[in-house]
Design a protein around this ligand. Structure first.
Ligand SMILES: Cc1cc2nc3c(=O)[nH]c(=O)nc-3n(C[C@H](O)[C@H](O)[C@H](O)COP(=O)(O)OP(=O)(O)OC[C@H]3O[C@@H](n4cnc5c(N)ncnc54)[C@H](O)[C@@H]3O)c2cc1C
Length: 598
């Protein structure tokens, strides 16, 4: 990111809640370089020419076709973008790789075939493999000659991944580990050659292994009949006395959790990038249909109820996109900083993703829920044809649902986000306690009236975002002070707080994106984006206030509750704009362009 002349305020992970930053410190999607856009175009071309004409066949579980397309995507250079040149890849930066994930999303379930191969299948070897393992596997993974999968989940261990039962025992001659167990829901399970497998050595030391298909005792189950993403392969994997050479231990013995959890951070933010691509597609399909379809002698896009839906699809997509690429930019910046400290490539990206693990978890949740909303409204806007397999959105509707389940379910990610925030506080990495105390102190002073804007652009919105953070700190601070360790068992409250954190993060990001955009292009060229930002802020403030009230009412009573609710009310006051009219304006811009155009 080149913003050298302007002031930079780079925040650490989780600090978005207690500190402010400036537009010049965030990356926004309007800043892609020509090279990044060229990589995205190559991916678009591949998907349009090679994947989309084959979607129906892929959904019939044509495994050979999946393999062929994966190899072809390797020829297009799409499998090696995260792999450094020395191992046969092109070593693109994190933002470019995230943009690629977004573009690939238009390949429907084939995006998952590519994503599992390049992400959870390849990255553990790139980041945790030794030199020999990297040289042996990565060049062939970059071309697609070898295809990869990742085996963590088991029938009895899903969210509780460390409860895995798959066992590895060292052979008498010390040359192999003997693997026994069963894995479940393995993406690319039916086509991969290389599997990153987690097993417990002697039933205790959770460890990663690289296992090659073809070894005796290694079998794949039948393809799972799934609700959606039917064109991706998912099956069980069985290990019966499979001999894995000791050279194929991945990373350190007993440190498999480091691989599993670190890869998940990257997976979560990549998932957020992917769902943005799919949301834009669903919104564009909705706009095109709204322009075409006539009822009561009018196009349905001329009805306020439909404009509301179209605008809302766009607003939520634009907002979560702002926060996702802001976080991708933060991760990339931190990665570059760590590389500058002579950390290895793997340590740098993993360290950077770990630093922003809170944001990754929040955006996985928010992004997957935005896509579910966008596809649901796409079906609704299409009416009966939306429900038909021959229409353009039924597949997107079915394919969307998985995103709330994998890469950690949304419940787990919500709770994790709060848990990580509290842990960072306890470790002294983020000064949440002082910030929460400052908010409580502020409540002792009389409120200032008006929005303090003096007509300045963004002043009211900036104050609203500041107040969202204060409201979140008020609720999170008072709740943790009161419930202490008991909070772990109060999951409902954790979820409310997590949603407040998510709203504060996204609201600030959408404001920063829009401010930066106005600085780049001028106010007149960004009127729809200004509307989107203002509607988002208005709705986010209402949601945040509601979640705060629910959280407080879950434990506080009488005078204490009344005091806290008053404080919350003070911080969630926001006049905002006429959101109905703003939504109409946003929808009209898109109806005119006949697509999602932001
Ligand atoms: C299509 C598909 C592809 C997949 N691909 C892969 C893959 O390639 N590799 C791989 O290893 N795995 C893969 N998975 C597995 C996926 O990661 C798991 O399904 C997911 O982690 C959830 O685990 P589970 O299904 O066992 O659900 P469970 O963990 O049993 O969860 C069931 C419900 O209980 C909730 N829950 C669980 N624990 C708690 C708790 N502590 N507090 C509150 N609520 C809780 C969950 O949120 C969820 O709502 C895939 C799954 C699917 C469906």
């Amino acid at each position: 990111m080149e913003n050298t002349e302007v002031k930079q305020i780079m925040l650490k992970g989780g600090e978005f809640l207690i500190k402010e930053t400036v537009p010049s410190s965030v990356f926004i999607p309007e800043e892609y370089s020509e090279e990044q856009l060229m990589v995205a175009d190559a991916a678009k071309e591949f998907v349009e020419q090679q994947v989309l004409p084959n979607l129906d066949k892929l959904e019939q579980h044509d495994i050979e076709l999946s393999k062929k397309l994966l190899e072809m995507s390797g020829e297009y250079g799409l499998l090696g973008t995260a792999i450094p040149e020395e191992y046969g890849g092109t070593g693109q930066d994190f933002i470019t790789n995230s943009l690629l994930t977004e573009v690939n999303a238009s390949a429907y379930s084939f995006a998952l075939t590519m994503g599992a191969h390049t992400g959870i299948g390849t990255l553990p070897i790139l980041y945790f493999g030794n030199e020999e393992q990297r040289s042996k596997y990565l060049p062939k993974l970059a071309t697609g000659e070898l295809k990869a999968a990742y085996c963590l989940t088991e029938p009895d261990s899903g969210s509780d991944a460390l409860a895995a039962k798959t066992k590895a025992v060292l052979s008498d001659d010390g040359k192999h580990y003997i693997l026994n167990g069963q894995k479940m829901w393995i993406t690319n399970g039916g086509l991969a050659d290389i599997f990153v497998v987690f097993a417990k050595i002697n039933g205790t030391d959770f460890t990663g292994f690289i296992v090659e298909y073809g070894d005796e005792g290694f079998t794949r189950g039948k393809e799972e009949p799934k609700l959606g993403i039917k064109g991706s392969s998912t099956c069980q994997i069985f290990f019966e006395n499979v001999k894995v050479p000791v050279e194929n231990v991945l990373g350190e013995i007993g440190k498999g959790h480091r691989i599993a959890f670190n890869i998940l951070n990257i997976g979560r933010i990549k998932l957020a990038a992917g769902v943005i691509g799919a949301s834009k597609m669903a919104t564009s399909a909705s706009i095109q249909y709204a322009n075409e379809r006539k009822q009561f002698k009018r196009t349905i896009g001329s009805f306020g109820a439909i404009k509301h839906k179209l605008a809302e699809q766009a607003i939520r997509t634009y907002a979560v996109e702002a926060a996702t690429y802001r976080t991708c930019g933060n991760i990339q910046h931190e990665e570059e900083r760590l590389l500058g400290e002579s950390k290895s490539y793997g340590q740098s990206l993993l360290g950077a993703a770990e630093e922003f693990a809170i944001e990754c978890a929040l955006l996985k949740v928010a992004g997957s829920e935005v896509l579910d909303f966008a596809v649901d409204e796409a079906v609704q806007i299409h009416g009966g044809i939306g429900y038909s397999e021959e229409g353009p959105v039924a597949r997107a509707y079915r394919d969307s649902r998985i995103n709330r389940i994998f890469e950690g379910t949304n419940e787990i990610n919500r709770m994790l986000a709060v848990d990580m925030l509290l842990k960072r506080t306890l470790k002294g990495k983020i000064d949440l306690i002082n910030a929460a105390q400052a908010v409580q102190k502020e409540l002792m002073t009389p409120p200032s009236f008006g929005n303090g804007s003096n007509g300045e652009l963004f002043a009211e919105e900036a104050k609203a975002v500041k107040n969202m953070k204060k409201a979140t700190l008020l609720v999170a601070g008072a709740t943790t002070q009161k419930l202490m360790a008991e909070l772990q068992e109060e999951q409902e409250i954790l979820m409310y707080i997590s949603d407040m954190m998510g709203d504060a993060l996204i609201a600030e990001s959408v404001l920063l994106r829009t401010r930066k955009l106005v600085e780049m292009k001028g106010e007149a060229a960004c009127s729809a984006q200004l509307d989107m930002m203002r509607v988002y802020l208005s709705d986010a403030m209402e949601r945040l206030g509601l979640n705060g009230r629910k959280a407080l009412k879950a434990w506080a009573e009488n005078d204490e509750l009344r005091m806290l609710l008053l404080g919350l009310k003070r911080f969630t006051k926001f006049e905002g704009i006429n959101t109905k009219n703003a939504r109409r304006r946003i929808a009209d811009v898109m109806l005119e362009a006949n697509e999602y155009c932001f």
